[in-house]
Every structure is written in C-alpha cells, then in structure tokens.
Ligand binder design. Structure first.
Ligand SMILES: Cc1cc2nc3c(=O)[nH]c(=O)nc-3n(C[C@H](O)[C@H](O)[C@H](O)COP(=O)(O)O)c2cc1C
Ligand code: SF4
Length: 680
C-alpha cells in the first residue's frame, strides 16, 4: 500500500540542536525491567523500535551516580565509565536503523532508595521520601553537594556521548528527579539562592542544562523533560502558573522540550481514566513560548490525531511510550499505508507492571515485547511453517485468536471454532464494562488480521464435542476454552467455601453479570481477586442505581493495580460513586439478607445488609474438553492427531496479556526446534 498524503507531515525531518530526526515519531523514555541488569535484552528491544521507524529511541531513567540508586527497580545505570559498554549496545542497535539514541540522565534524589549502594539519599531540604514508607530520610544538600551533583551530571553527559547517544536529557519530569524536587516549593525549603522564589528554585535546572550543553552541545542535542503540571492544584507546579513560568524562563535554552504531566500515574493514565490525547490541555501553551521543537505524549495511536497535534501547533513531534510498546512498527505502518495493521495500545498498563515487579516488560497487545533477545522474537517477522500440520483451535478468546493469527501468518491451515456467535471471549465481554471499551482492540486487531488470511477459517456458533474433534481431520488440536469464575468464594482468603454461598441465595459471579443477569440491591461485591474486575463490577452496579458495598480482604481496593498505576484512581472513583468500602475484611457468611464480615487482623465482626453478593475470587479452567480427549490416547492416535494442547485461561487462568502470550508462544514454538532451524 502507499502512504496517505495526509500523513506526510509526520515524515518531515526536524532539526534538534546539532542533530536531525528523520521524522516526527519520538519514543520517549520508558523503563522495561531490563536496564542495567539485562543490557543485551534492552538493546535488542530498542533496536526493534528503531527498525520500526521511530526517529528517536530513548532509554529509560538512567541513574547517574550511586546516590541515585533506585533498587530494587531496574533502570539504566551510568555511574562510571564501566557502564558505558552496556549502554553502547543500545546506541549501536538504534543507529543501525538510522534513528537517534536519547538518554535520560536521572538523579532520583529523595526518591532513590540506595538499597544497593548504601549511600545516603539527598534532597533540597531534609525530608522523608513521600513515595515510600522506608525508615530512612534524605538529607538536605549543602552548596558543596550541589556542586558535586552538577559535576556528576556533566560527567554523565560526557559519558553518554562516549556511549554514542545523540540526545542527552535533563530530567525534571514526574516527581522522581532531584531537579524537579528543587522546583517543587513543598520539597524545597532552602533559604539560599537555590530556594525561595521560582527563579531561585529553577537555578539548578538552568545550570544542569547549560553545563550539559557546554559539555556535549556541539555534537548532542540537550533535551529537557519537564512536567508542566503536577495535577495537585496550588500545592504543586501547575501549567497556568509555575509550569508556564519555568518554560518562559528556560524557553530557548534546551534544544528540545519534552513536556508532560506528573506524577507517573497522571502521565501514564490508563484508558479507563483518560482518552487519547489527554495531556493536550496542559501542554498546548509550550509551543507559543519557545521556538524549540516540542514533544508531548498522550497514548497516541491514531495517525489522524497525530497529524492534528502537529497541524494545530500543539506538538512538533509525537511522543510515545505505550503505543511504541504495543506496536514498535507503528511509524513504518503509517509510512507504508498499512494503517489497519497497527496494533493499538489498549491503555491497560500491563507494561508498567514489569517495572513494579522488576521483571522484563510485557505487553497485552504485543507478546513479543521483552522477548526480542532472549527468545529472538520479532513483532513482525515470523518464521514460515516448518511442516504440513493443520490446526483446529477451539475457542476464539484472546489466546485462541492470537494463536490462529500467528499460525495463519506462518502459512498453516487453521480452523478456529467458537461456541458462541461472538468472537473475542472474555475480551469482548469485559470490554463492555465501564471504562474498558479500548480493551476490545485486543480482539479487533486480531480479527482484522485473520480476515486477511485465506488459510484461516473462523467457525462461529460451533460448539465442538470430543468426538467431532476426533473426526475433524486436523493433525494438531489447540484448546483455548477459557475459564469461569467460582461461585463458592474459594480464593486467596478462603480455602473452603464461604457459608451460604452454596445455598439458594443470590450469589452471582462476574460471568453472571457479563451474561446480563440482573442483581437486586443492596449488593455486596466481594473482591478477593484484587485486580480490576471487582471494582469495575461495583461501578457498573452502582451506575445501575443499586446500593453497593465493596468488601476486600486486602488493605485497599483493587490492591494489585498498584502495579498498573491505577490503584489510587480506582479507590477514588469507587469512593466518589458512593460505594461503601470495607477493606481488610473477609466474608464469613451470607444468609440472603446480609453478610457477616470479619476483620482480617482482629476477629471483630460487622453485619452488612445484602440481598445479593457478587463474588470475585478465583477462576476454574474450562478444561473438560481437554481432559476428556486426553483420556482416550488410542482414539487420538487413530484420528491422526499429533498433539492436543491447552493454552491460556483453560490451562491456568491469568491476565489477558498472559493469554495472548500463551497463544503466541504456542504458535511460534510448537514445532521448536524446527522453528529455530527454519530461522537460521
Ligand atoms: C512502562 C513505562 C515505563 C516508563 N518509564 C519512564 C521513565 O523511565 N522515564 C520517564 O521519564 N517516563 C517514563 N514513563 C512515562 C512515559 O515516558 C510517558 O510520558 C507516559 O507513558 C505517557 O506517554 P504514553 O501515553 O505514550 O505512554 C514510562 C511509561 C511507561 C508506560
Ligand atoms: S501493556 Fe497495555 S498499556 Fe502497555 S503498551 Fe501494551 S497495550 Fe498498551
């Protein structure tokens, strides 16, 4: 296909100080759980982004000194010369495809744990780290400390140039850097020339930029990442006041402005809480204040929105973290006119969970993310088929769809049988819940791709039995029949059924609600799952006008969503909707008119009225079909079936990301090592 001329503007080169970006696609800094610990994996992942057409590919936060050690999180590291070779792996991988490599130099100040380096954390003024309950405080910096910090930063810029970087960041984004802490009046209580007035609080940031330019500015662009608004009103930096004033003061100093909002949960908002382009209102003033190129973010996946950002003078370059994770080839696809092949980010923040769990990044939409080096997976290049197998996949949820897509791309004949008329399984059903509509992209991308494949046949409304599978004629059978929610309350907090859940009372599962069953209020939602579903269902029921109470044995609502940066927003929304919240409470009994709660610390009991309970605890795999088939190996052999494999939730219930990954993995690896030989 050819590129739509409407998108030409996205492919115009742009000068950034002494370097030129070949187009307007800018992968902004994002961590990935690989960093200093897995430098080859990191380099391979960034290289794929460059190959996919991003003009600029950035690192994540890169610590510039042992006193900025943010262990146990795994970011980049440039403490001394010995860290240069690991980072040079990345610049080599990025340069190979004509992209510019950017590095985000960071001193985390009071946000640094220094758990590994055992240094004492530093801050503008003495303070406890507001983001952690660790029993240690940062000390206030002396003038000598400030001079040292400036020298570390300058040295890091010089090292970054030696590592091959073309753009060197000064970082005052989020609440996570010393330069930002100096700007924040709530953290900077100094009375010298680095504290007090905004001019004084900006002094250090100005010095860092000037000194970086002096050190490397002849060859490298010096970019400033600055959060123009902290979304905390007058207590913080706000776009209409201090945010704007900082940009005015430093307007022409950096070679590029990368502007966003702070803190991180506000910046990387999920689709449940913000639409594409949500940062525009905050950052649109910047271009009027500076002549330097401006980059901004906002989960941009639509080329029309990107063009509009540039044409309307909001941004010069389209910044992206998540859209580049979900589809590293997004720029190339726009360039070649293959718009409907874009794998759009769904805004779920599973990618962020890698950082919080200190493991390599993963993505719901792009199962190859994080596997570029270890497994040699590429998001677009897929090994051709290695034999003449034909496949029957039972179940068209996220796992079955991804498996069919990839096997189809590899050239195999695939039949995809789905019991219902509707494809997409849990993704389709859950995407109807409040705030989750973007999740349907998991289904839509795959269906769109499958529709282009002549060798894949989709059989809707086809509930297949074991004997039908044996007669079907496929050599390989894949079972992807999903899972269902338990009704008995068994989960993390209860290893035996909850009293009354097995009686004829109104106990509903998430599946019942997704099937459209009506619930009578008052209703208690019991969330022992701790991810998104419990709170989303509570929200749906409340929107339906019911009195709702949300009960969880955890100490907060949707506790695991700390890892997706959503926990605070979820609990705030639940609370704002007037849903009664009971944390650290288990349910001991339901008698049809109320539940008896018990505190998980004491044995104190509370009665809460409830005509219905929605129980969100754990799931059971829909594995009857797989089990019945595997009970008759002779019949399987006689039918010419080489393998029967369960994948995704019917193997072990997990996230949608895990289901997609399982489908992808099986399609790539079922014939391994033949696949590897084919690749070689
Ligand atoms: C997984 C992940 C890791 C991130 N790590 C960093 C980081 O190391 N430094 C940084 O300045 N921003 C980081 N961010 C924020 C992004 O750079 C970006 O500003 C934000 O995600 C909004 O852009 P997006 O909507 O294109 O994702 C991260 C975002 C994600 C999703
Ligand atoms: S994990 Fe979710 S939010 Fe992150 S890039 Fe992938 S689809 Fe987007």
């Amino acid at each position: 296909m050819t590129r739509d001329p409407r998108f030409d503007i996205l492919f115009e080169p742009i000068k950034i100080g002494p370097v030129v970006a070949k187009n307007r696609f800018y992968q902004v800094p994002h961590c990935n759980g690989m960093g200093y610990a897995r430098p080859r994996a990191h380099a391979a992942m960034r290289g794929v982004k460059a190959e996919g057409g991003w003009a600029v590919v950035s690192t994540e936060e890169v610590e510039i000194h042992p006193s900025s050690d943010i262990s146990p999180y795994i970011e980049g590291r440039l403490w001394d010369d010995r860290d240069i070779p690991a980072l040079a792996l990345m610049t080599d991988a990025v340069h190979k495809y004509g992209a510019l490599a950017a590095i985000e130099l960071v001193h985390a100040g009071m946000s640094a744990s220094n758990l590994y380096s055992r240094e004492v954390s530093i801050a503008p003024s003495p303070i406890a780290n507001p983001a952690s309950y660790a029993p240690a405080q940062a000390r206030g910096m002396s003038k000598a400390d400030i001079r040292s910090y400036r020298r570390w930063h300058r040295d890091a810029a010089l090292r970054a140039r030696r590592a091959g970087f073309n753009i060197i960041y000064v970082y005052a984004g989020h609440g996570l850097s010393l330069a930002m802490h100096f700007l924040q009046s709530r953290h900077n209580r100094r009375t010298d020339e680095y504290g007090g007035s905004l001019t004084n609080r900006t002094r250090l940031l100005r010095e860092l930029i000037e000194e970086a330019k002096d050190a490397v500015g002849a060859d490298c662009a010096v970019a400033l990442r600055f959060a123009v608004d902290e979304l905390r009103g007058p207590d913080g930096i706000a776009a209409e006041s201090e945010g704007r004033e900082v940009v005015e003061m430093l307007a022409e100093l950096p070679d590029l402005w990368d502007v966003n909002v702070s803190d991180w949960p506000n910046d990387s908002k999920t689709s449940r809480f913000a639409p594409e382009g949500y940062q525009e209102d905050f950052v649109r003033f910047v271009k009027a204040v500076t002549t330097k190129p401006v980059v901004g973010v906002g989960r941009f996946t639509s080329p029309d929105t990107m063009v509009s950002q540039i044409r309307r003078g909001v941004l010069d370059m389209i910044g992206a973290a998540r859209p580049s994770i979900a589809d590293p080839f997004l720029p190339k696809k726009i360039e070649s006119g293959d718009i409907d092949d874009i794998r759009e980010c769904i805004g779920c923040n599973v990618c962020v969970t890698g950082d919080y769990t200190m493991t390599p990044i993963r993505c719901t939409q792009n199962p190859t993310m994080g596997e570029e080096w270890r497994k040699g997976w590429h998001p677009e290049a897929i090994p051709p088929r290695s034999g003449s197998d034909s496949f029957l996949i039972v179940g068209a949820g996220p796992s079955g769809l991804e498996c069919a897509r990839l096997l189809g791309r590899r050239g195999y004949t695939v039949h995809l049988a789905e019991a219902s008329e509707e494809l997409g399984g849990r993704v389709t059903r859950e995407s109807r819940l409040p705030g989750l509509s973007a999740w349907a992209r998991v289904r839509d991308y795959r269906l769109n791709q499958l529709n282009k494949l002549q060798n894949v046949e989709m059989l809707r409304g086809s509930r297949v039995t074991g004997s039908e599978i044996l007669e079907f004629g496929a050599t390989r059978v894949i079972i992807a029949t999903g899972a269902h929610w338990r009704r008995d309350g068994i989960g993390r907090a209860n290893s035996r059924p909850i009293r009354g859940f097995d009686a004829a009372h109104s106990v509903f599962t998430p599946d019942d609600l997704l099937d459209g069953m009506l619930v009578a209020g008052p209703v208690v939602v019991f969330d022992d799952d701790h991810y998104y579903l419990g709170a989303v269902l509570a929200e749906k029921l409340r929107q339906g006008g019911l009195d709702v109470a949300l009960v969880t044995p955890a100490d907060r609502v949707s506790a695991w969503t700390v890892n997706t940066l959503e926990q605070h927003a979820i609990q705030r929304r639940v609370s704002a909707l007037g849903i009664e919240i009971y944390v650290s409470r288990n349910i001991v009994e339901f008698d049809g008119s109320g539940v008896l709660l018990e505190c998980t610390y004491s044995e104190r009991q509370t009665a809460v009225p409830a005509r219905s309970v929605v129980t969100v605890t754990s799931r059971l795999p829909n594995d009857e079909l797989a089990r019945s088939l595997n009970e008759s190996p002779a019949a399987i052999g006689a039918a010419g079936i080489v393998s029967i494999t369960s994948i995704g939730d019917c193997f072990a219930p997990s996230t949608i990301a895990a289901a997609v990954y399982a489908g992808h993995r099986h399609a790539r690896e079922f014939d391994w090592p033949a696949t590897d030989e084919a690749r070689a």
